[in-house]
Design a protein around this ligand. Structure first.
Ligand code: AKB
Length: 320
């Protein structure tokens, strides 16, 4: 039976993944953890075991692993791209030193470890269209540097110590429950809130900037399916390219207009986040994930827009 510790459980991915894992594996087998308690997450905190865990404190993490006899860590504690450019040293500390602590625990206690990488592991010299699984990776952000180094470190812990490490390169993730915290792709979440509240959105990402994206239910399935995949079929293990769609702000606005025809989009481009977006691929080739563990996303842009608007309407109590 799996005993899973989720770090960063109150973040954008963790807050939904924890609930899903508890449905699949039983609430008592999924230990949610975060470096601090955050308002609005009472149901998750009370719905199963919850612990304060700072991944930069290996002793504290080891105590929790022992207390619950954890055999799997899903390490979601991280600083994203835009915040990472504001505080690169904190980004390195959490994303790299934290990951090192997690992997060391994996080695000492024989744990399976999932760590997400990102499209940020690529850079301006990467082929931007249909970006191959194995290609040039020279990222120009601190977040990207930690992601490519993290991919290599996970590969190293598998090859050198036999730790069962696994991971995917996530694109921008879109969800209605918890807001993303300081990424470049966040515009694609905020746009839905403003479309419903104001019928207008000002994008900090420029017209024509394509990035890979995915709706959260597909991201959760990716994590669980890869963790459960037959290891003998995994040639890559860490850092699988996965994607569900690729669009620019105009294409996203067009999709929203199918449900809110009067929706208006304008631009006030943020040079820092635009430079980050420009350094990332336009679209990934995810065929390795499809071949090796059956990756097959369910939501395209219009299916996601329909569901996001329906769910957010209820959440924001918007009538009509
Ligand atoms: C970000 O924008 O930083 C993240 C990511 C693509 O990893 N959403």
């Amino acid at each position: 039976m799996r005993k899973i510790l989720v770090t960063g459980a109150l973040g954008q991915i963790g807050s939904e993944l924890t609930v899903k894992l508890r449905e699949v594996y039983g609430a008592e087998n999924v230990i949610a953890s975060n470096r601090r308690v955050k308002e609005g997450h009472e149901a998750l905190i009370e719905g199963g075991p919850f612990e304060i865990v700072n991944i930069n404190d290996p002793k504290q993490m080891a105590e929790v692993v022992d207390k619950y006899k954890v055999n799997t860590i899903i390490n979601l504690a991280a600083i994203l791209s835009a915040v990472g450019e504001k505080d690169p040293l904190a980004c390195w500390d959490i994303n790299m030193n934290g990951l090192y602590n997690v992997l060391e625990l994996g080695r000492e206690k024989n744990l399976q470890v999932f760590t997400p990488s990102s499209i940020a592991a690529f850079g301006p010299t990467t082929p931007p269209d249909n970006t191959p699984q194995d290609t040039i990776q020279r990222p120009t952000t601190m977040y990207g540097v930690t992601k490519v180094a993290g991919e290599l470190l996970c590969d190293y812990y598998f090859k050198r110590f036999g730790v069962d490490t696994r991971g995917v390169r996530f694109p921008g993730l879109i969800s209605y429950q918890t807001l993303p915290g300081g990424g470049t792709t966040d515009y694609a979440v905020h746009i839905y809130y403003d479309a419903l509240k104001n019928k207008k959105y000002t994008s900090f990402i420029a017209k024509g900037t394509k990035m890979d994206m995915m709706y959260m239910p597909d991201a959760l399935d990716a994590i669980i399916n890869l963790m459960e995949a037959d290891p003998s079929k995994l040639k890559h293990r860490n850092a699988f390219n996965i994607t569900a769609m690729s669009f620019d702000p105009e294409e996203l606005a067009e999709s929203i207009r199918k449900y809110i025809p009067e929706f208006e989009l304008d631009y006030d481009v943020d040079p820092v986040r635009q430079a980050i977006a420009d350094s990332w691929p336009n679209s990934l080739d995810d065929s390795a994930a499809r071949e090796e563990w059956g990756w097959n996303p369910k939501y395209d842009l219009d299916a996601m827009t329909k569901d996001m608007l329906e769910k957010l309407k209820v959440k924001l109590n918007i009538k009509g």
